[in-house]
Design a protein around this ligand. Sequence first.
Ligand SMILES: Nc1nc2c(c(=O)[nH]1)N=C([C@H](O)[C@H](O)COP(=O)(O)OP(=O)(O)OP(=O)(O)O)CN2
Ligand SMILES: [Zn+2]
Length: 148
Amino acid sequence: MAEVPAVNDAAERIGYLTRVQRFSACHRLHSTILSDEDNKKVYGKCNNPNGHGHNYKVEVTVRGKIDPITGMVMNMVDLKRCIETVIMIPLDHKNLDKDVPYFSSIVSTTENVAVYIWDNMVKILPPNLLYEIRIHETDNNIVVYRGE
Ligand SMILES: Nc1nc2c(c(=O)[nH]1)N=C([C@H](O)[C@H](O)COP(=O)(O)OP(=O)(O)OP(=O)(O)O)CN2
Ligand SMILES: [Zn+2]
C-alpha cells in the first residue's frame, strides 16, 4: 500500500486568500484644494455639505506560499484580527472626513479609502503578503488597489 504523505508535495504552491468585511460610514467628497464652486462641479451630489452614507464591502486578499506543514497561506483568524484593527475600529460607523484624521486633508473617495486600508494593512501583516484591496462602495461602484 502506498504511503500517505504527511505534507503536501515539495513544489512551492501559491495561494490567494480573501476575507470579506463590511462596514458602514458616511462622508462628503470635498477637496480642500478646490474652491466650493469647483467642488460642486467635480463631485456634484456627493459634495452635499451634510454628507451621505455607504455600506462598504471590502475584500482583503493576501497572496503567498501555501505552507506545506500548516496548509495555510496565513491563518484566517490572524487576517480577521488585522482587519478589525485597520478597518473596523477606525472606520465602522464613522464620519470618514471628521473622525479619521487621514481624511481631514485627503478626499475620502473609495480610491483613497483603499489606499488608506492598504497602507495600514501592510504595516501589520507579514512582509510581502498583501495582494489586493477591493472595495464595493455601492453594488455598482468597485475600486481595486494593489499597492502600485
Ligand atoms: N472615482 C470615484 N468617483 C466617485 C466616487 C469615488 O469614490 N470615486 N464616489 C462617489 C460618491 O461617493 C457616491 O456616493 C457614489 O454615487 P453614485 O455613483 O450615484 O452611487 P450609486 O452606485 O448608488 O448610484 P447608481 O446611480 O445607483 O449607480 C461618486 N463618484
Ligand atoms: Zn459616497
